[in-house]
Design a binder for this molecule. Structure first.
Ligand code: FMN
Length: 426
């Protein structure tokens, strides 16, 4: 309860009403439409929307990070496509991400984009380590900016001990049958008994990888990305330093959380130094190793968030797990959101929630209660590039702009949604 005492009374009330997850945003609308409209208006005004703008649910409120202005709070979560060739994005990426940028989300993430060929997870992963990669991403950024009002974020990472593995549908995290490459990680501990044993990164390895992260950040800027994210989650190289399940080093990069964070923070700071001051940068963390006190706990995640914020992170992308095969995650609707809630409301740092958020109602409840500033939606965007537009249509929002060539489709979708809502009322 103490965590929420500083919230505005409107948000405090809303958080109390919805905290059990039994009462949702649309459910509150049925119970007390006037109160909910006043709460939505409050949220919108806090977000900087003009006072005379029509009142809309929180997922459609604008959001600003440094000079990047987002039209709404929905994010296409990073999702590997395994369609790159020699690290180069292909037509697949142009069309896949182009479609999602047309689909209404305010911010579209690329999948993990790797800093070197040996930093790839699989042979199908894209990179930002050669001029042709920069050119291909630049073509995407030009399309997104010319034809849509979505912003584009490049997630940059290094695979560490989870590298040299198969593309997703041929056995996730399973080692390649041939053409493997040498792995590095915080310590010489394989991901699983099946995977190759990595070398514990030496200071030279670390210097080289830092320089590669910096070079990728510079390429991302030249390619026209609006934002970058450092991938420090899910057991990849930087995550392997942060988590005690993969870091048993006895030097200044192992042991205490401060030591385990030292190298990831060095990388973050080096990238931040070359990434333009007017563009935002985030970090994705695993807020829970799901192994109890033997790994990163949600308590520690608060400190991890503080440390990256101190190094210049504008927002923390709060994921969890995938750091050890021993994890026992507890799944459910919005199951990782409590970690985002905790970080945001204990530190005041901006957060993004992700994980099993699949309806507008979930997104609106999370945002209105102050459990996150942005909501990342992954798998629903694989099933439907136009997830935001379709959810808006379903909940009766008629203010979301569709691509102009699609307006006839929009009008029919709205008519059908209105008819369905009418039948539901009867
Ligand atoms: C096919 C697939 C690929 C993914 N690739 C990435 C990735 O490249 N980087 C990352 O941080 N998370 C990745 N994720 C995790 C998603 O970003 C997201 O956190 C996860 O799917 C939970 O959100 P959801 O329930 O909305 O799908 C991937 C997920 C899927 C399903």
């Amino acid at each position: 309860m103490e965590r929420y005492l500083t919230l505005d009374p409107v948000q405090f009330n809303y958080a109390l009403l919805t905290r059990s997850q039994r009462i949702s945003h649309e459910n509150l609308r049925l119970r007390d439409p006037q109160w909910l409209a006043s709460a939505e208006k409050w949220f919108q005004e806090q977000s900087g929307a003009p006072a005379n703008a029509p009142v809309r649910p929180p997922m459609f409120a604008p959001f600003q990070l440094r000079d990047m202005a987002l039209k709404n709070r929905i994010v296409v979560s990073p999702m590997a496509q395994y369609k790159a060739v020699d690290g180069c994005p292909t037509d697949w990426h142009l069309i896949h991400y182009g479609e999602r940028a047309k689909g209404g989300a305010g911010l579209v993430y690329t999948e993990m984009t790797c800093v070197s060929d040996t930093g790839r997870i699989t042979p199908g992963c894209p990179g930002l380590y050669a001029p042709e990669h920069e050119a291909a991403w630049s073509q995407l950024a030009q399309f997104v900016h010319a034809e849509t009002d979505a912003k584009l974020c490049c997630q940059i990472g290094h695979s560490g001990r989870k590298g040299s593995t198969n593309i997703g549908w041929e056995g996730m995290d399973k080692p390649l049958a041939h053409d493997n490459w040498d792995l590095i990680s915080a310590s010489a501990i394989p991901w699983s008994p099946e995977n190759a044993t990595p070398r514990a990164a030496t200071r030279d390895d670390m210097d080289l990888v830092t320089a590669q992260f910096v070079a990728s950040a510079e390429m991302a800027n030249r390619a026209g990305f609006d934002m970058i994210e450092l991938h420090a989650a899910h057991g990849y190289l930087l995550s392997s330093f942060i988590s005690p399940v993969s870091n048993t080093r006895s030097d200044e990069y192992g042991g205490s959380l401060e030591n385990r964070l030292r190298y990831p923070l060095e990388v973050f700071a080096a990238m931040r130094a070359v990434w333009p001051a007017d563009k935002p940068m985030s970090v994705r963390i695993s807020a829970n190793d799901w192994v109890g006190e033997d790994g990163v706990t949600p308590d520690e995640a608060v400190e991890i968030a503080r440390a990256f914020h101190g190094a210049g992170a504008d927002i923390i992308d709060v994921s969890a797990g995938q750091t050890t095969i021993d994890a026992k995650p507890v799944y459910g609707r919005m199951y990782q959101t409590p970690f985002s809630d905790r970080i945001r409301n204990e530190t005041g740092i901006k957060t993004m929630a992700v994980g099993n958020i699949y309806e507008a109602d979930h997104a609106n409840s999370i945002l209105m209660a102050g459990r996150a500033d942005l909501v990342a939606v992954g798998r629903p965007h694989l099933a439907d590039p136009y997830w935001t537009l379709h959810e808006a249509s379903k909940i009766g929002d008629r203010a979301e702009a569709w691509p102009r060539p699609y307006q006839a489709g929009r009008d029919q979708a709205w008519r059908l949604a209105d008819r369905e809502a009418e039948m539901f009322r009867v």
